[in-house]
Design a protein around this ligand. Structure first.
Ligand code: BYC
Length: 481
């Protein structure tokens, strides 16, 4: 079979030869109805009968892998797609460095592998659940389509992890696959596994922040798993990354368009002080200080997804050859971290200090640092929009000690500048740094749906380019069909 092209003849499209792997095909077909029930209950609210201009993967060839067409979401062909197998691939790090990559699960690392695959799998449906109400308030058909594209692809990423569980982990893999449909974002009894995936995504600014910051954690984690010595996981993650790029594009351009519109409105109204919140809000746009608060919230929640700065879990996964570093194969070292150290931010006698730790246990910190560097790029672009409009205001990333629930800083309070403060100061000033109830209510008041073809809500600029070279006034979603 040609791994580049996807077989659409089976109920579950795939490039892993499912038609000759009857047992796995049967297990996946058995899981399919539960998935459709979940999509019906927890997928996008409304619009299930609308025609949405979606891309579907028909190949895993990076030169051309997707085709665009109108699809009703429940009829989207969720499939199993793995990047092509690299011939003679070796394990690129850890104690098995240089040995042939595994095509089957190595017995001694089974539990660690399963845990990582389940955690990854759990985030995918969680994000769909978090975003399910947003369709009702979309600022345009273009944005509505992007939301649904992200949602169906997160659904596909769930399929990707379920395939690995069902093919390689036998009965407990099947049980884990069922549990992925049982947990619910924000549920008191059966929540999703990681903190940020139980938070609400109440409005479109949060959606853009989520796709910029939280999907970018996904990018970093997928890159690390794409290095895995377990080849099927590596190939799965490599193809997921191709899709993930669009999700972060939605976030980056979404925030950019909000910033642009705010700056344009301020200029038109002759406002010189972007921190005059009442005046700016009276124009029906989101003021820059509130955008900064949303950024503070989503960045800090996303930092928690990297786990503790110093982690034996991370060291074990690396040693075992299961989870590598960002761009592992491009790093010039022994890929085993035998004697290396890495500077870690720690709280020492009440002061934040950089302390050298064994690089092996500091892998979460390293990945988080790579993530922060990647995040900065968007800020440069957004700040360019602000400075080009003639305003002296800079969006910044808060300090890593700010608003943390996991790791070294979880028991202290810090300002966005990284100054440690006591509980009373935090309580008194929290609303200066994180969105308050009143901020949420103001943003909610702007969230009125715009469904005319080519029209955009007044708080966001139109995009610079359309999807699939279509113009801005293309009917991206045919709502009533
Ligand atoms: N919330 O040694 P520690 C994506 C637990 S996003 C709750 O500090 P470790 C996407 C941890 O499980 C990417 N619990 O950390 C984005 C452990 O518990 P146990 C998703 C947490 O294990 C947008 C204990 O604390 N993929 O794809 O080195 C839309 C001590 O752990 C949290 C992955 O995350 C937390 N935030 O690292 C859609 C990749 N953090 O086992 C999709 C797989 C830690 O002692 N995951 N804990 O009971 C991993 O690599 C790691 O498990 C973690 C944690 C980075 C999550």
């Amino acid at each position: 079979m040609n791994f580049m092209n996807v077989d659409y003849s089976t109920k579950i499209p795939n490039n892993v030869n499912l038609s000759e792997d009857r047992q796995v095909l049967k297990a996946l077909e058995g899981w399919h109805p539960g998935y459709m029930d979940w999509w019906g209950d927890m997928g996008p609210e409304g619009f299930q009968q609308s025609l949405v201009y979606l891309r579907t993967a028909y190949s895993v060839d990076p030169r051309g892998w997707a085709k665009f067409d109108y699809v009703k979401m429940p009829e989207y062909r969720w499939g199993i797609l793995l990047a092509p197998q690299e011939e003679n691939r070796v394990i690129p790090f850890g104690e098995h460095y240089g040995k042939p990559a595994w095509q089957e699960v190595p017995g001694e690392h089974r539990a660690t592998l399963r845990r990582l695959i389940v955690i990854q799998g759990d985030t995918e449906p969680a994000s769909v659940e978090q975003q399910r109400h947003l369709g009702k308030t979309a600022p345009s058909l273009y944005d509505l389509r992007n939301l649904f594209q992200v949602n169906v692809e997160e659904g596909r990423h769930l399929w990707a992890m379920v395939y690995l569980l069902q093919k390689y982990f036998g009965r407990d893999g099947r049980e884990e696959a069922d549990d992925l449909l049982r947990r619910r974002s924000g549920d008191a009894d059966s929540p999703r596994m990681l903190g940020a995936f139980n938070e609400a995504t109440p409005d479109w600014l949060s959606f853009f922040m989520f796709t910029y910051f939280t999907d970018r954690d996904g990018k970093m984690q997928l890159h690390s798993l794409a290095q895995s010595g377990f080849d099927p996981l590596s190939r799965t993650c490599r193809f997921m990354l191709t899709e993930e790029a669009h999700h972060m594009f939605v976030g980056e351009t979404g925030i950019s368009r909000v910033v642009q519109r705010t700056c344009d409105a301020m200029r038109e109204a002759g406002i010189t002080d972007p921190t005059d919140i009442a005046k700016v809000r009276a124009l029906g746009v989101i003021d820059l200080p509130t955008i900064q608060k949303k950024l503070n919230l989503h960045y800090s929640l996303s930092l928690d997804l990297f786990g503790s700065e110093v982690s034996t879990n991370a060291a074990n996964a690396f040693n075992a050859g299961i989870k590598g570093r960002y761009k592992e194969t491009q790093i010039d070292d022994d890929h085993q971290l035998k004697n290396a150290t890495y500077p870690v931010l720690k709280l020492v006698d009440g002061v934040i200090k950089r302390v050298d730790e064994p690089a092996l246990t500091a892998l979460n910190m390293r990945l988080r640092d790579d993530y922060t560097q990647d995040c900065v790029k968007g800020l440069l672009r957004w700040n360019k929009v602000i400075s080009t409009a003639g305003y002296q205001f800079k969006l910044t990333l808060p300090d890593v000690a700010f608003h943390r629930q996991i790791g070294e800083f979880k028991d202290v309070h810090a300002t966005p500048d990284g100054v440690l403060i006591d509980d009373a100061t935090w309580n008194a000033r929290r609303n200066e740094w994180l969105p308050s109830t009143a901020d949420g209510e103001f943003i909610a008041s702007l969230m009125k749906p715009v469904t005319e073809v080519g029209a955009y809500a007044p708080w966001i600029s139109p995009p610079k380019v359309g999807i699939d070279n279509k113009p801005g006034d293309f009917e991206y979603v045919k709502i009533d069909t």
